[in-house]
Design a binder for this molecule. Structure first.
Ligand code: SF4
Ligand code: SF4
Length: 343
C-alpha cells in the first residue's frame, strides 16, 4: 500500500512542475544543467525517497512543490500541505546520478516537434572532445560511484558523421575503461552504424521509436523513418543481444493505451525493452506540438501508473528485466516509472 502510494507520488512529482527552494538554501552538490531530456535547459537536482529517484528543476523564485528544511531533514510540500515527509538530495555525476552521461552535440538537422535540444542556448553547448569526456569520466570515478558512461547526441551534419563521432568517443572510452558499461543513444539509418558502435565497445543501445502510433510519429518526427527505426531495432538485438536494446516512446501525443500496449508486445517479443516518457510541454515545444497533433490532454498519474504496470507485465512475460541494463534512462530512473526499479 505504502509502496503504491510512493509510486503515485513519484508519478505526481515527475509529471508536475519544478521545486521552489527555501531562501538561501545551499545545495550539497553541484546542480545539473542538461542539454537533453525533460529538464533540458534548466538547473535541476535529483531527489530520492523510498527507493525512488526524480530529477526536478529547481529555483529560488517559483515552483509547484516546495522544499522545506527542518533541522537537517528535507521534506516537500505541495499547495501548502505536506507531500513527502523526507527527501534526500542525490549527487549527480554528469547529468545523472551514478552515471557519466554526456550529450555529444545538442544540434540536430531534424525537427521533432517535442524536442527542445536543438533550440537551447548555444552557450549550454559544452562542445566536449573525446579527450574531455575521458578526462571528465576519470575525474568523476575518483570522486563518485560511477556505474557506467552513456552518450547521446542530436544529428549534427549528417547521420554518418554523428555515428562516426559516437564511434570515436566509444573507442576512446573503451580503451581507457575496459570493463565499464557504455550506453549509446544515436539516430542510426544503416545496419553498419549499429555494428560499428558495437565493435567500438558499446554494450547497450537505445534507438527511439518516439511514438507507438505511426500516424502521430509522421506528424511529430516528419523527417525520421518509422519503418527503418524498427528495422534497426531488430538488427540491434542480433548485434547487442536480447535485453541490451531499448527504445523510448513519448506518451501524451494523442496515442491510445492500446497503441502503446501493441508496440510494447511487439518490442518485448523481439527482445527489446520499451520505455515510456510522458510528454513535457514548455514555451519552446508547445507551439510545434499543437501544430503537429493539436492540443492533447496532459499525461496524468493514473495513466502513467497504468502504463508502467502493463510494461512490467510484458517485460516479465518475455523474460526481460530493466535491472540488467546499466546505462542511460533505465539505470538512472529519474524521469519515468521504471518496472523492477520503481515497481
Ligand atoms: S532526431 Fe533526436 S535530437 Fe534530433 S530533433 Fe529528433 S528527437 Fe531531437
Ligand atoms: S532518466 Fe534519462 S533523461 Fe531523465 S535524468 Fe536520467 S538519464 Fe536523463
Amino acid at each position: 500500500m505504502e509502496e503504491d502510494l510512493n509510486i503515485r507520488k513519484k508519478a505526481e512529482l515527475m509529471l508536475g512542475g519544478g521545486i521552489i527552494l527555501p531562501k538561501g538554501f545551499v545545495f550539497p552538490y553541484r546542480l545539473s544543467v542538461s542539454t537533453a531530456g525533460p529538464g533540458a535547459g534548466s538547473a535541476s537536482a535529483v531527489f530520492s525517497f523510498g527507493g525512488h529517484r526524480v530529477k526536478k528543476s529547481v529555483s529560488y523564485e517559483t515552483g509547484e512543490f516546495e522544499l522545506v528544511e527542518n533541522g537537517g531533514t528535507l521534506s516537500l510540500r505541495k499547495d501548502g500541505v505536506p507531500f513527502l515527509e523526507e527527501v534526500k538530495i542525490e549527487p549527480v555525476v554528469f547529468h545523472s546520478p551514478e552515471q557519466a552521461f554526456f550529450n555529444l552535440d545538442q544540434r540536430c538537422i531534424f525537427k521533432c516537434a517535442f524536442c527542445i535540444s536543438p533550440s537551447l542556448d548555444k552557450d549550454l553547448d559544452k562542445q566536449l572532445t573525446d579527450d574531455d569526456i575521458i578526462k571528465m569520466t576519470k575525474k568523476a570515478m575518483r570522486e563518485h560511484k560511477v556505474v557506467s558512461v552513456s552518450l547521446t547526441s542530436g544529428v549534427a551534419g549528417s547521420v554518418d558523421e554523428t555515428v562516426d563521432r559516437f564511434v570515436s568517443c566509444v573507442s576512446g572510452l573503451r580503451k581507457e575503461f575496459p570493463g565499464l558499461p557504455i550506453g549509446v543513444e544515436p539516430y542510426v539509418s544503416e545496419k553498419e552504424h549499429v555494428t560499428a558502435l558495437k565493435d567500438a565497445g558499446a554494450t547497450e543501445i537505445k534507438l527511439n521509436i518516439q511514438s507507438p502510433n505511426r500516424a502521430i510519429f509522421e506528424k511529430v518526427c516528419p523527417e525520421l523513418d518509422h519503418d527503418n527505426i524498427i528495422a534497426m531495432l531488430l538488427y540491434a538485438v542480433d548485434v547487442f543481444g536480447t535485453g541490451k536494446v531499448t527504445s523510448n516512446m513519448i506518451f501524451g501525443m494523442g496515442e491510445t493505451d492500446e497503441d502503446i500496449e501493441n508496440i510494447t508486445e511487439f518490442l518485448c517479443s523481439n527482445g527489446i525493452i520499451p520505455t515510456f516518457r510522458a510528454l513535457r510541454t514548455n514555451p519552446v515545444n508547445s507551439g510545434p506540438m499543437t501544430a503537429a497533433v493539436g492540443i492533447q490532454p496532459p499525461a496524468d498519474v493514473d495513466r502513467a501508473v497504468k502504463l508502467a504496470k502493463m510494461q512490467k507485465e510484458k517485460l516479465l512475460a518475455h523474460g526481460l528485466d530493466t535491472r540488467d541494463c546499466r546505462t542511460m534512462c533505465l539505470e538512472c530512473a529519474c524521469c519515468d516509472l521504471v518496472p523492477f526499479r520503481d515497481l
